[in-house]
Write a protein that binds this ligand. Structure first.
Ligand code: UDX
Length: 429
C-alpha cells in the first residue's frame, strides 16, 4: 500500500522503515529540512539497533523516501500516519499543538478520501478533535476517517517490537477504514484488536501506566527486602512464575525514566483529573519512583559520608540499555545529584556519551568502561547495559582507591562480589 508517515522521530522513523521492509511504499515527512537531507543520505539521527540497515536497504529498493513537503506526502498516499511529538507541559498535561498543526496541514492538502491514523500517544478524545479539525479545515470537502493506532515499541528494541508486535490496536468510528488497516498490518501476523477510538487511546496510557506501576511495585518490595534480609530478585523470580503476574518489568533499580513512562503517567493523571477522577494509585507510582532514587543517593552518602572532593565513577547514562537516549534518564538525574553534593564524576556509556555531554558538562567522559574508575573513591552502575556484566572487575577494583560498588541495577551477584573483596551495595538485596 502507499503510506505516508508524518514525523520521523523514534516512532515515525521505525514505523516507516518497518512498513517499507514488509513491502509497502512509504513516504516519511518531516518539517526539519536538515533532518530530511540527512535521512536521504542514510544518516540516522538516533541509535536504534537494526534501524540504519533497514532504512538504507529500503531507500535503495525505492520503497522508502523522505520529504519535507506535507502536501506531497498526503496526496501520494491512501493512508497518512501522524507520528509527531506530544511533549509534556509544566502542569503534566500534554502539548497537542503539533498534532493540531499536522491535522490542519493534512486537511489543507487533501483532495480525495484519506485514512488518517494517529500513532502518537495522545489523551483520550484526541481522535475526535483531529476528525473535527480535518473536517473544518478541509477545503476540498472530501471524506476522511480518523483511526487511533497507538504504538507500543520500546526504545532499544524498536525494530524487533514493531516487526513482531504482541497486538495491533485499531480504534475506529466506523468499519470503513478497518480493511485497509488489516491489509497494512497483515504481514506482521499479530492479533488485531478493533475497537472504538476512545478505547484505543486509553489502551496506550493504561498499558504504559500499568508497566510503570509494576516497576514501582517491585521497587517498593525492594525496600521491604532490604529491611528484612530478603532478596528482591528471588522474590521477583518467584512472583513472575505465576503466569498471571509474569517476570517482565519486575527488575528493581533506581527507578524508571525515558521519554514515555514519566510523561505518560503525568498525562494520565491529568486526563483522569479532567474527567473527574483522582488517580491516587498512579500518584503513588510516581512517588515510589522518586523515593527509589532518593534512597540510592542516601545509600551512597551513608557509605562515602561527605561527597565534596570525592571522585565517583558512573557506568551508564542512557535511561536504559541499548539506546543513546538520555531524556528523563535516571542515570543523568543521579549524576546531577552526586555533582550537587560536590562529587567529581568520571562517566562512561556505550552509546549515550555524546548526548549526555551537554547535560553533564563538568563530568569527565571515559571511552573505555574498564578505565572509568581510575583514581575514584567508588563506582556506581546506573544503567542496565549487558556490557557492564563483562566488566574486568579485577582491573576496575585495582583502579579504585577503595573497592566500593553501588549497583543501581543489580547486575552482579552480591555473595560473589563480597567474596572478591568488594564493598557491594545493590537494590533490595
Ligand atoms: C515504554 C514501553 O515499554 C513501550 O511499550 C512504550 O511504547 C514506550 O514506553 P521505553 O520507554 O522505550 O518503552 O522503555 P522500557 O523498556 O519500557 O523502560 C522504561 C524504563 O523503565 C527504563 O528507565 C528502564 O530502566 C525501567 N525499567 C524497566 C525498570 O526499572 N525495571 C524493569 O523491570 C523494566
Amino acid at each position: 500500500m502507499k503510506l505516508t508517515i508524518i514525523g520521523t522521530g523514534y516512532v515515525g522513523l521505525v514505523t516507516g522503515a518497518c512498513f517499507a521492509e514488509v513491502g509497502h511504499r512509504v513516504i516519511c515527512v518531516d518539517n526539519d529540512a536538515a533532518k530530511v537531507r540527512q535521512l536521504r543520505a542514510g544518516v540516522i539521527p538516533i541509535y536504534e539497533p537494526g534501524l540504519e540497515e533497514l532504512v538504507k536497504r529500503n531507500v535503495a529498493l525505492g520503497r522508502l523516501s523522505f520529504t519535507e513537503n506535507t502536501p506531497e506526502g498526503v496526496q501520494q498516499s491512501d493512508v497518512v500516519f501522524i507520528a509527531v511529538p506530544t511533549p509534556p507541559q509544566p502542569d503534566g498535561s500534554v502539548d497537542l499543538s503539533f498534532i493540531e498543526r499536522v491535522a490542519r496541514d493534512i486537511a489543507g492538502a487533501m483532495t480525495e478520501y484519506k485514512i488518517v491514523v494517529d500513532k502518537s500517544t495522545v489523551p483520550v478524545k484526541t481522535g475526535e478533535k483531529v476528525a473535527e479539525t480535518i473536517k473544518r479545515y478541509c477545503k476540498a470537502k472530501v471524506d476522511c476517517d480518523v483511526v487511533s493506532n497507538p504504538e507500543f515499541l520500546r526504545e532499544g528494541f524498536a525494530v524487533g517490537d514493531l516487526m513482531n508486535p504482541d497486538r495491533v490496536v485499531v480504534g475506529v468510528r466506523s468499519q470503513r477504514p478497518v480493511a485497509a488497516l488489516k491489509q497494512i498490518y497483515a504481514p506482521f501476523r499479530a492479533p488485531i484488536v478493533v475497537t472504538d477510538i476512545a478505547s484505543a487511546e486509553l489502551i496506550k496510557h493504561a498499558s504504559n501506566s500499568f508497566l510503570a506501576l509494576k516497576i514501582s511495585y517491585i521497587n517498593a518490595i525492594s525496600v521491604l527486602c532490604e529491611a528484612s534480609g530478603a532478596n528482591v530478585q528471588e522474590v521477583a523470580a518467584g512472583m513472575g512464575m505465576d503466569e498471571r503476574i509474569g517476570r517482565r518489568f519486575l527488575d528493581a533499580g533506581i527507578g524508571f525514566g525515558g521519554s514515555c513512562f514519566p510523561k505518560d503517567l503525568s498525562a494520565f493523571i491529568k486526563i483522569a483529573e479532567q474527567i473527574g477522577y483522582d488517580f491516587r494509585l498512579l500518584k503513588e507510582v510516581q512517588r515510589i519512583n522518586a523515593d527509589q532514587m532518593d534512597r540510592f543517593v542516601k545509600k551512597i552518602i551513608e557509605t562515602l559520608w561527605v561527597l565534596r572532593d570525592k571522585k565517583i565513577a558512573v557506568l551508564g547514562l542512557a535511561f536504559k540499555q541499548n539506546t543513546d537516549d538520555v531524556r528523563m534518564s535516571p542515570a543523568i538525574a543521579l549524576c546531577q545529584r552526586l555533582q550537587k553534593e560536590g562529587a567529581a564524576l568520571r562517566v562512561h556509556d556505550p552509546k549515550a556519551m555524546e548526548k549526555a555531554r551537554p547535560l553533564l558538562p563538568d563530568a569527565t567522559c571515559v571511552e573505555d568502561m574498564n578505565a572509568v574508575a581510575e583514581g575514584c573513591d567508588a563506582l556506581v552502575i546506573a544503567t542496565e547495559w549487558d556490557e557492564f556484566k563483562n566488566l574486568d572487575l579485577e582491573r576496575v577494583r585495582k583502579s579504585l582507591s577503595h573497592p566500593i560498588l553501588f549497583d543501581g541495577r543489580n547486575l552482579f551477584d552480591r555473595a560473589q562480589m563480597e567474596e572478591r573483596g568488594w564493598i557491594y551495595k545493590s537494590i533490595g538485596r
